[in-house]
Ligand binder design. Structure first.
Ligand code: DAH
Length: 353
Protein backbone atom coordinates (compact mmCIF):
# COMPACT_ATOMS: atom_id res chain seq x y z
CA UNK A 1 0.00 0.00 0.00
CA UNK A 2 2.85 2.35 0.81
CA UNK A 3 4.27 1.67 -2.59
CA UNK A 4 0.97 2.41 -4.17
CA UNK A 5 0.99 5.79 -2.45
CA UNK A 6 4.51 6.46 -3.70
CA UNK A 7 3.28 5.63 -7.18
CA UNK A 8 0.30 7.95 -6.82
CA UNK A 9 2.58 10.78 -5.72
CA UNK A 10 5.07 10.23 -8.51
CA UNK A 11 2.40 10.00 -11.22
CA UNK A 12 0.64 13.10 -9.99
CA UNK A 13 3.81 15.20 -9.82
CA UNK A 14 4.86 14.10 -13.27
CA UNK A 15 1.46 14.97 -14.68
CA UNK A 16 1.59 18.35 -12.97
CA UNK A 17 4.84 19.05 -14.72
CA UNK A 18 3.10 18.89 -18.06
CA UNK A 19 0.30 21.26 -17.04
CA UNK A 20 0.68 24.62 -18.80
CA UNK A 21 -2.61 26.47 -18.31
CA UNK A 22 -5.35 26.92 -15.77
CA UNK A 23 -7.87 24.70 -17.57
CA UNK A 24 -5.61 21.66 -17.57
CA UNK A 25 -4.61 22.49 -14.03
CA UNK A 26 -8.23 22.16 -12.97
CA UNK A 27 -8.49 18.84 -14.82
CA UNK A 28 -5.34 17.72 -12.98
CA UNK A 29 -6.91 18.64 -9.66
CA UNK A 30 -10.01 16.57 -10.41
CA UNK A 31 -7.93 13.57 -11.51
CA UNK A 32 -5.42 13.58 -8.67
CA UNK A 33 -7.17 15.16 -5.74
CA UNK A 34 -10.86 14.80 -6.70
CA UNK A 35 -13.46 12.64 -5.03
CA UNK A 36 -12.72 9.56 -7.16
CA UNK A 37 -8.96 9.99 -7.51
CA UNK A 38 -6.71 7.03 -6.57
CA UNK A 39 -5.55 8.95 -3.51
CA UNK A 40 -9.08 9.44 -2.21
CA UNK A 41 -9.74 5.75 -2.82
CA UNK A 42 -6.84 4.97 -0.49
CA UNK A 43 -8.55 7.09 2.18
CA UNK A 44 -11.83 5.35 1.49
CA UNK A 45 -10.18 1.93 1.86
CA UNK A 46 -8.45 2.71 5.15
CA UNK A 47 -11.23 1.16 7.21
CA UNK A 48 -10.85 -2.16 5.45
CA UNK A 49 -7.13 -2.44 6.28
CA UNK A 50 -5.80 -4.49 9.16
CA UNK A 51 -5.80 -2.33 12.27
CA UNK A 52 -2.00 -2.23 12.73
CA UNK A 53 -1.36 -1.01 9.17
CA UNK A 54 -3.83 1.83 9.34
CA UNK A 55 -1.75 4.51 11.17
CA UNK A 56 1.27 4.27 8.86
CA UNK A 57 -0.83 4.22 5.67
CA UNK A 58 -3.09 7.00 6.94
CA UNK A 59 -0.10 9.14 7.82
CA UNK A 60 1.55 8.63 4.46
CA UNK A 61 -1.72 9.23 2.58
CA UNK A 62 -2.12 12.56 4.39
CA UNK A 63 1.44 13.47 3.54
CA UNK A 64 0.85 12.82 -0.14
CA UNK A 65 -2.37 14.82 -0.05
CA UNK A 66 -0.66 17.83 1.56
CA UNK A 67 2.23 17.62 -0.85
CA UNK A 68 -0.04 17.50 -3.88
CA UNK A 69 -2.14 20.39 -2.57
CA UNK A 70 0.96 22.50 -2.03
CA UNK A 71 2.26 21.63 -5.48
CA UNK A 72 -1.14 22.60 -6.96
CA UNK A 73 -1.07 25.98 -5.19
CA UNK A 74 2.42 26.75 -6.39
CA UNK A 75 1.67 25.73 -9.94
CA UNK A 76 -1.45 27.84 -9.99
CA UNK A 77 0.54 30.90 -8.82
CA UNK A 78 3.23 30.41 -11.46
CA UNK A 79 0.65 30.00 -14.19
CA UNK A 80 -1.20 33.17 -13.22
CA UNK A 81 1.99 35.18 -13.13
CA UNK A 82 3.01 33.84 -16.53
CA UNK A 83 -0.38 34.77 -17.99
CA UNK A 84 -0.10 38.29 -16.61
CA UNK A 85 3.39 38.67 -18.04
CA UNK A 86 2.19 37.51 -21.42
CA UNK A 87 -0.73 39.96 -21.48
CA UNK A 88 1.53 42.84 -20.49
CA UNK A 89 3.91 41.96 -23.28
CA UNK A 90 1.15 41.66 -25.84
CA UNK A 91 -0.86 44.76 -24.92
CA UNK A 92 0.37 48.01 -26.36
CA UNK A 93 0.02 50.98 -24.07
CA UNK A 94 -0.25 54.26 -25.95
CA UNK A 95 0.64 56.87 -23.36
CA UNK A 96 -0.06 59.67 -25.86
CA UNK A 97 -3.80 58.85 -25.94
CA UNK A 98 -5.95 61.62 -24.44
CA UNK A 99 -7.63 60.72 -21.15
CA UNK A 100 -11.28 59.79 -21.02
CA UNK A 101 -13.25 62.97 -20.35
CA UNK A 102 -14.81 63.06 -16.91
CA UNK A 103 -18.14 64.84 -17.22
CA UNK A 104 -18.47 67.54 -14.61
CA UNK A 105 -21.86 68.96 -13.71
CA UNK A 106 -22.25 72.69 -13.37
CA UNK A 107 -24.81 75.24 -12.28
CA UNK A 108 -27.16 76.87 -14.75
CA UNK A 109 -25.89 80.37 -15.66
CA UNK A 110 -29.00 81.98 -14.14
CA UNK A 111 -28.45 80.03 -10.92
CA UNK A 112 -24.87 81.30 -10.86
CA UNK A 113 -26.07 84.90 -11.26
CA UNK A 114 -28.73 84.41 -8.59
CA UNK A 115 -26.20 83.02 -6.16
CA UNK A 116 -23.92 85.99 -6.71
CA UNK A 117 -26.87 88.24 -5.96
CA UNK A 118 -27.59 86.23 -2.79
CA UNK A 119 -24.01 86.91 -1.70
CA UNK A 120 -24.22 90.63 -2.38
CA UNK A 121 -27.55 91.09 -0.62
CA UNK A 122 -26.56 88.60 2.07
CA UNK A 123 -23.60 90.82 2.93
CA UNK A 124 -26.06 93.68 3.36
CA UNK A 125 -28.16 91.67 5.81
CA UNK A 126 -30.89 90.36 3.50
CA UNK A 127 -32.24 86.83 3.96
CA UNK A 128 -33.58 84.57 1.22
CA UNK A 129 -37.34 84.04 1.48
CA UNK A 130 -38.92 81.39 -0.73
CA UNK A 131 -42.44 82.00 -1.89
CA UNK A 132 -44.85 79.82 -3.91
CA UNK A 133 -44.94 79.63 -7.70
CA UNK A 134 -48.68 78.95 -7.85
CA UNK A 135 -50.55 81.97 -6.63
CA UNK A 136 -54.04 83.34 -6.32
CA UNK A 137 -55.25 86.43 -8.13
CA UNK A 138 -55.54 88.05 -4.72
CA UNK A 139 -51.86 87.75 -3.90
CA UNK A 140 -50.51 88.20 -7.41
CA UNK A 141 -52.63 91.31 -8.12
CA UNK A 142 -55.30 92.50 -5.71
CA UNK A 143 -53.25 92.74 -2.50
CA UNK A 144 -50.51 94.44 -4.53
CA UNK A 145 -52.91 97.26 -5.34
CA UNK A 146 -53.87 96.17 -8.85
CA UNK A 147 -57.56 97.09 -9.21
CA UNK A 148 -59.70 94.46 -11.01
CA UNK A 149 -59.58 96.27 -14.33
CA UNK A 150 -56.23 97.86 -13.79
CA UNK A 151 -54.48 98.34 -17.12
CA UNK A 152 -51.22 97.20 -15.51
CA UNK A 153 -52.65 93.67 -15.53
CA UNK A 154 -52.19 93.77 -19.28
CA UNK A 155 -48.47 94.21 -18.75
CA UNK A 156 -48.46 90.83 -17.09
CA UNK A 157 -50.50 88.44 -19.20
CA UNK A 158 -51.30 85.53 -17.02
CA UNK A 159 -51.50 81.73 -17.14
CA UNK A 160 -54.63 80.88 -15.17
CA UNK A 161 -55.07 77.37 -13.79
CA UNK A 162 -58.45 76.22 -15.06
CA UNK A 163 -58.55 72.91 -13.23
CA UNK A 164 -58.95 74.74 -9.93
CA UNK A 165 -62.62 75.30 -10.79
CA UNK A 166 -64.59 78.48 -10.36
CA UNK A 167 -62.99 80.55 -7.64
CA UNK A 168 -64.83 83.75 -8.54
CA UNK A 169 -62.52 86.74 -8.65
CA UNK A 170 -59.70 84.77 -7.05
CA UNK A 171 -58.54 82.17 -9.60
CA UNK A 172 -55.33 80.21 -9.22
CA UNK A 173 -52.53 81.23 -11.53
CA UNK A 174 -48.80 80.92 -12.15
CA UNK A 175 -47.26 83.96 -10.54
CA UNK A 176 -46.34 86.61 -13.06
CA UNK A 177 -43.76 88.17 -10.74
CA UNK A 178 -42.15 87.54 -7.36
CA UNK A 179 -43.90 90.54 -5.77
CA UNK A 180 -46.76 88.49 -4.21
CA UNK A 181 -44.08 87.02 -1.92
CA UNK A 182 -43.92 90.48 -0.33
CA UNK A 183 -47.41 90.00 1.07
CA UNK A 184 -46.76 86.42 2.22
CA UNK A 185 -43.56 87.47 3.96
CA UNK A 186 -44.97 90.59 5.62
CA UNK A 187 -48.00 88.67 6.84
CA UNK A 188 -45.84 85.88 8.22
CA UNK A 189 -43.55 88.37 9.99
CA UNK A 190 -46.34 90.57 11.32
CA UNK A 191 -48.68 87.91 12.78
CA UNK A 192 -46.05 87.16 15.41
CA UNK A 193 -46.44 90.65 16.87
CA UNK A 194 -49.22 92.60 15.10
CA UNK A 195 -48.78 95.72 17.26
CA UNK A 196 -45.06 95.99 16.75
CA UNK A 197 -44.11 93.82 13.78
CA UNK A 198 -40.41 93.19 13.25
CA UNK A 199 -38.41 94.78 10.42
CA UNK A 200 -38.17 92.88 7.14
CA UNK A 201 -35.06 92.58 5.04
CA UNK A 202 -35.44 89.83 2.48
CA UNK A 203 -34.80 88.80 -1.10
CA UNK A 204 -37.28 86.54 -2.87
CA UNK A 205 -35.94 84.57 -5.84
CA UNK A 206 -37.85 82.31 -8.15
CA UNK A 207 -39.62 81.32 -11.30
CA UNK A 208 -42.32 83.46 -12.87
CA UNK A 209 -44.49 82.86 -15.93
CA UNK A 210 -46.22 85.07 -18.42
CA UNK A 211 -48.54 84.22 -21.26
CA UNK A 212 -46.53 85.97 -23.92
CA UNK A 213 -45.28 85.47 -27.40
CA UNK A 214 -41.81 83.99 -27.11
CA UNK A 215 -39.01 85.85 -28.85
CA UNK A 216 -35.33 86.64 -28.33
CA UNK A 217 -36.07 89.04 -25.47
CA UNK A 218 -39.10 87.47 -23.81
CA UNK A 219 -39.86 83.96 -22.67
CA UNK A 220 -42.92 82.54 -20.95
CA UNK A 221 -40.87 81.50 -17.93
CA UNK A 222 -38.09 83.46 -16.26
CA UNK A 223 -36.65 84.20 -12.85
CA UNK A 224 -37.00 87.30 -10.77
CA UNK A 225 -35.29 88.46 -7.64
CA UNK A 226 -37.53 90.56 -5.45
CA UNK A 227 -35.99 92.77 -2.79
CA UNK A 228 -37.99 93.97 0.20
CA UNK A 229 -37.04 96.07 3.20
CA UNK A 230 -39.67 97.27 5.68
CA UNK A 231 -39.09 99.05 8.95
CA UNK A 232 -39.34 102.38 10.73
CA UNK A 233 -37.96 105.39 8.93
CA UNK A 234 -36.86 103.70 5.70
CA UNK A 235 -36.45 106.31 2.97
CA UNK A 236 -35.91 106.57 -0.76
CA UNK A 237 -32.30 107.36 0.16
CA UNK A 238 -31.98 103.88 1.65
CA UNK A 239 -33.35 102.42 -1.55
CA UNK A 240 -30.89 104.37 -3.70
CA UNK A 241 -27.96 103.53 -1.47
CA UNK A 242 -28.79 99.82 -1.38
CA UNK A 243 -29.29 99.58 -5.13
CA UNK A 244 -26.18 101.60 -5.96
CA UNK A 245 -24.14 99.41 -3.62
CA UNK A 246 -25.63 96.28 -5.15
CA UNK A 247 -24.73 97.51 -8.65
CA UNK A 248 -21.14 98.30 -7.67
CA UNK A 249 -20.63 94.90 -6.05
CA UNK A 250 -22.28 93.10 -8.91
CA UNK A 251 -20.91 94.98 -11.92
CA UNK A 252 -17.80 96.81 -10.75
CA UNK A 253 -16.66 99.30 -8.15
CA UNK A 254 -16.91 102.36 -10.38
CA UNK A 255 -20.26 101.59 -11.98
CA UNK A 256 -22.78 104.43 -11.67
CA UNK A 257 -26.54 104.04 -11.39
CA UNK A 258 -29.41 106.32 -12.29
CA UNK A 259 -33.08 106.31 -11.35
CA UNK A 260 -35.84 107.21 -13.80
CA UNK A 261 -39.39 107.86 -12.65
CA UNK A 262 -41.74 105.00 -13.52
CA UNK A 263 -44.98 103.41 -12.45
CA UNK A 264 -45.90 100.21 -10.60
CA UNK A 265 -49.18 99.78 -8.69
CA UNK A 266 -47.41 98.42 -5.59
CA UNK A 267 -44.81 101.17 -5.19
CA UNK A 268 -45.07 104.94 -4.85
CA UNK A 269 -42.94 106.61 -5.98
CA UNK A 270 -41.64 104.09 -8.48
CA UNK A 271 -38.48 104.11 -10.50
CA UNK A 272 -36.57 102.17 -13.09
CA UNK A 273 -32.87 101.69 -12.47
CA UNK A 274 -30.18 101.92 -15.12
CA UNK A 275 -26.56 100.99 -14.53
CA UNK A 276 -23.79 102.49 -16.52
CA UNK A 277 -23.06 100.02 -19.31
CA UNK A 278 -20.37 97.78 -17.82
CA UNK A 279 -19.50 96.47 -21.27
CA UNK A 280 -18.39 99.79 -22.79
CA UNK A 281 -17.95 101.78 -19.60
CA UNK A 282 -20.72 104.15 -20.64
CA UNK A 283 -19.15 105.01 -24.00
CA UNK A 284 -22.04 103.53 -25.95
CA UNK A 285 -22.00 100.11 -27.61
CA UNK A 286 -24.30 97.63 -29.35
CA UNK A 287 -25.59 96.12 -26.12
CA UNK A 288 -26.60 99.46 -24.57
CA UNK A 289 -27.67 100.65 -28.01
CA UNK A 290 -25.33 103.60 -27.86
CA UNK A 291 -26.94 105.06 -24.73
CA UNK A 292 -24.23 104.05 -22.25
CA UNK A 293 -26.90 102.79 -19.84
CA UNK A 294 -28.54 99.40 -19.19
CA UNK A 295 -31.92 99.03 -17.55
CA UNK A 296 -31.71 96.36 -14.86
CA UNK A 297 -34.64 96.65 -12.45
CA UNK A 298 -37.82 98.27 -11.27
CA UNK A 299 -38.13 99.58 -7.74
CA UNK A 300 -39.86 102.03 -5.45
CA UNK A 301 -41.19 102.76 -1.99
CA UNK A 302 -43.70 100.14 -0.91
CA UNK A 303 -47.22 101.52 -1.45
CA UNK A 304 -49.15 102.24 1.80
CA UNK A 305 -51.94 99.90 0.65
CA UNK A 306 -49.42 97.08 0.23
CA UNK A 307 -47.89 97.74 3.64
CA UNK A 308 -51.33 97.62 5.22
CA UNK A 309 -52.20 94.41 3.35
CA UNK A 310 -49.04 92.89 4.78
CA UNK A 311 -49.95 93.88 8.34
CA UNK A 312 -47.67 96.91 8.62
CA UNK A 313 -49.24 100.25 9.57
CA UNK A 314 -48.13 102.72 6.86
CA UNK A 315 -48.33 105.52 9.44
CA UNK A 316 -45.49 103.90 11.36
CA UNK A 317 -43.64 101.83 8.81
CA UNK A 318 -42.20 102.38 5.39
CA UNK A 319 -40.22 100.25 3.03
CA UNK A 320 -38.67 99.83 -0.36
CA UNK A 321 -38.91 97.06 -2.93
CA UNK A 322 -37.20 96.14 -6.16
CA UNK A 323 -37.52 93.50 -8.84
CA UNK A 324 -34.51 92.30 -10.83
CA UNK A 325 -34.38 89.95 -13.83
CA UNK A 326 -31.48 87.52 -13.33
CA UNK A 327 -31.70 86.23 -16.91
CA UNK A 328 -31.41 89.77 -18.21
CA UNK A 329 -28.39 90.43 -16.02
CA UNK A 330 -26.82 87.15 -17.21
CA UNK A 331 -27.49 88.08 -20.83
CA UNK A 332 -25.81 91.44 -20.39
CA UNK A 333 -22.78 89.99 -18.66
CA UNK A 334 -22.11 87.27 -21.22
CA UNK A 335 -23.41 88.93 -24.40
CA UNK A 336 -26.17 86.32 -24.70
CA UNK A 337 -28.37 87.45 -27.53
CA UNK A 338 -31.39 85.23 -27.14
CA UNK A 339 -33.24 84.53 -23.88
CA UNK A 340 -34.57 81.25 -25.27
CA UNK A 341 -31.15 79.65 -24.75
CA UNK A 342 -31.82 79.54 -21.02
CA UNK A 343 -34.49 76.85 -21.26
CA UNK A 344 -33.49 75.15 -24.50
CA UNK A 345 -31.32 72.63 -22.59
CA UNK A 346 -28.69 72.75 -25.29
CA UNK A 347 -25.43 71.51 -23.78
CA UNK A 348 -23.39 73.52 -26.28
CA UNK A 349 -24.80 76.62 -24.60
CA UNK A 350 -24.83 75.39 -21.00
CA UNK A 351 -21.29 73.99 -21.05
CA UNK A 352 -19.87 77.45 -21.62
CA UNK A 353 -20.62 78.52 -18.06
N1 DAH B 1 -43.00 93.02 -10.19
C1 DAH B 1 -42.47 93.87 -11.23
C2 DAH B 1 -42.57 93.18 -12.56
O1 DAH B 1 -42.58 92.02 -12.61
C3 DAH B 1 -41.04 94.21 -10.94
C4 DAH B 1 -40.92 95.15 -9.82
C5 DAH B 1 -40.92 96.48 -10.01
C6 DAH B 1 -40.82 94.66 -8.52
C7 DAH B 1 -40.83 97.38 -8.98
C8 DAH B 1 -40.72 95.55 -7.45
C9 DAH B 1 -40.73 96.92 -7.72
O2 DAH B 1 -40.63 95.13 -6.21
O3 DAH B 1 -40.63 97.77 -6.66
O4 DAH B 1 -42.60 93.85 -13.55
Amino acid sequence: MLEKLNGIEKAALEALHAVSDEVTLEAWRVTHLGRSSPLMQVFDGLGALPKEERPAIGKRANEVKKLLETALGERSGTLRLAALKRSLEQEQLDISLPGRPFPLGRLHPTTQTLREMFHVFGDMGFQVYRSREIETDKYNFQLLNFAPDHPARDMQDTFFIKSSGDRGDNPLLLRTHTSPGQIHAMREFSVADPDDPPPVRIILPGMCSRYEEVNARKDIQFNQLEVLAVGRGITFGDLKGTIADFARRMFGQNVRTRFRASYFPFTEPSAEVDVECFLCGGQGCQVCKGSGWLEIMGCGMVHPVVLRNGGYDPEKYSGFAAGIGPERVTMLRYYIEDIRYFWANDLRFLEQF
